[in-house]
Design a binder for this molecule. Structure first.
Ligand code: ADP
Ligand code: MG
Ligand code: ZN
Length: 477
């Protein structure tokens, strides 16, 4: 029955830009500080103060828009979005409605089957964040407090066309969007920390139809997972309404992360939007736009393709490395110091990242520079150390910045590869394990593993395994 219907989904995404200051004053953009510390007459919205538009906010909003392949509009302007609420005591929010900064973007996602889908971005506009309400229900009388640290923090709102059709695609879209905006350097986009907030618009229609039915807007999801779950719940709820003949009324619902349901919050409310006379029109063109375009780093999807082509990585390896800018920069820095690319990719994901995680460190805080990491991989590649000692060396070079050579020599990690040395060891092992040798000669091939193990132990795990095996086989013949 459910298959008779399909979902139509559009997202509205608010992203806090990681600027030094707020959007219209010089107060620090640090909403998490002690409440109401980062305020001034402008962002307390006291009468008689003119906003001063931040160029950094414009630049970061343009970077975010370019990362989403939008067309930057030559002229854009602020409007006053009029409504009153305790978190907006001046009675209107500076936002762009009639003339947004950017339009006609696009983000390509791959669905579960690997098929590509283009999700159109209708527009990206700038606006100021509102204050934060803190409700305290404990104690004598419940109170609501207002924290203005967030008032005036620079935001972009990204609005998609209703091109998504299931919760999985919506989640993929958000992941792709986060990767791109993070790469652009304009925001961390953390739903958990509140630097990104997502509203989901959901409607359903008979499968194959192209009408747009009344939609419901869902708010209050604090993770990508919850966005997916809230959309899935809402689709089931609306299909039920359809089947029982209950009309779907346009309204806003809240996601309850505990009960995992959406419940009605309020009717749809849209205040008037009137042009704001206090902020000048914004003109973005020519050399200025070109300069910002040049600042935009390579986007993760392009980078992943290039890694496959240039370094012979697998698709999985290159996707893993290109997802985070710090990670891909580290990888490419190691490769430019002659680290073999595939070995570097494998060691970064299998050993380096887990080791750092265990130590509560990241690539950027680690003592292990890409140069020294490359040095380690080169020693491994040239058989100067073997892979099990390389893991030991890795543990040492993340905790000290001593030269790699010194750590290897002092720790006695260098691989034993000299034929003479290995022959002495093999001779001794064969003498000491006569019964295993006899078993091997009688055809018990398992005995070889045992003898190799003994010899390896005798070198404290430092033997070149291939060479050791060669010598062992020769002596056993
Ligand atoms: P509103 O005027 O209610 O804000 P908009 O046209 O501005 O609606 O669209 C807001 C968001 O809702 C956009 O992301 C858009 O893609 C999405 N949307 C619009 N119509 C529908 C629909 N019928 N079903 C689902 N999403 C929709
Ligand atoms: Mg709207
Ligand atoms: Zn201020």
């Amino acid at each position: 029955m459910k298959n008779d219907y399909e979902a139509v989904i559009g997202l509205e995404i608010h992203v806090q830009l990681n600027c030094e200051t707020k959007m219209f004053c010089a107060c620090p953009n640090r909403p998490g500080d002690e409440p109401n510390r980062n305020t001034c007459p402008i962002c307390l919205w006291l009468p008689g103060n003119l906003p001063r538009f931040s160029e950094e906010a414009l630049e970061k909003a343009i970077l975010a828009s370019l990362a989403l392949e939008c067309e930057i509009q030559e002229e854009s302007a602020f409007d006053q979005k009029v409504y009153y609420y305790p978190d907006l005591p001046k009675g209107y929010q500076l936002s762009q409605f009639h003339m947004p900064l950017a339009k006609y973007g696009c983000l390509t996602i791959a669905d579960e089957s690997g098929a590509k889908r283009e999700i159109r971005i209708r527009k990206v506009h700038m606006e100021e964040d509102v204050a934060r309400l803190v409700h305290e229900n404990e104690g004598r009388t419940p109170v609501s407090l207002v924290d203005f640290n967030r008032a005036g923090v620079p935001l972009v709102e990204i609005v998609t066309e209703p091109d998504l059709c299931n919760p999985g695609d919506a989640m993929e879209f958000l992941k792709a969007l986060i990767r791109r905006i993070r790469t652009s350097g304009s925001s961390e986009c953390s739903m958990e920390q509140g630097t990104m907030r997502v509203d989901a618009n959901v409607s359903i229609r008979p499968r194959g139809s192209d009408e747009l039915n009344s939609k419901v807007e869902i708010k209050n999801m604090n993770s990508i997972r919850n966005v997916g779950d809230a959309i899935a719940y809402e689709i089931r709820r609306q299909v039920n309404c359809f089947r029982t003949g209950e009309p779907i009324v346009i309204h806003t619902r809240l996601w309850d992360p505990e009960k995992r349901v959406t419940s009605p919050m309020r009717g749809k409310f849209e205040g008037p939007c009137v042009p704001d006379p206090s902020v000048p029109r914004i003109v973005v063109a020519g050399e200025y736009l070109q300069r910002i375009r040049n600042l935009l780093p390579e986007m993760p999807e392009m980078k992943a393709e290039r890694f496959v082509k240039d370094y012979g990585l697998t698709r999985e390896e290159s996707l893993m490395l290109s997802a985070e800018r710090g990670l891909s920069e580290y990888f490419e820095a190691a490769v430019s110091c002659d680290a073999p690319p595939r070995l570097a990719a494998q060691w970064i994901s299998a050993h380096l990242l887990p080791t750092l995680k265990e130590r509560g460190e990241t690539l950027s805080t680690s003592l292990l520079t890409p140069e020294r990491f490359a040095g380690l991989l080169l020693m491994l590649e040239h058989d100067e150390i073997n892979s099990s000692t390389a893991k030991e060396v890795l543990k040492r070079i993340v905790e000290s910045d001593a030269p790699l050579g010194e750590i290897v020599e002092q720790g006695g990690y260098r691989q034993v590869s000299s034929v003479e040395e290995l022959e002495v060891i093999v001779d001794r092992v064969l003498e000491e394990n006569i019964s295993a040798v006899e078993n091997y000669r009688k055809g018990a091939s398992k005995a070889l593993g045992f003898l190799m193990g003994q010899a390896m132990q005798a070198t404290k795990g430092k033997a070149n395994p291939l060479r050791l095996k060669e010598i062992m086989m020769r002596k056993l013949e």
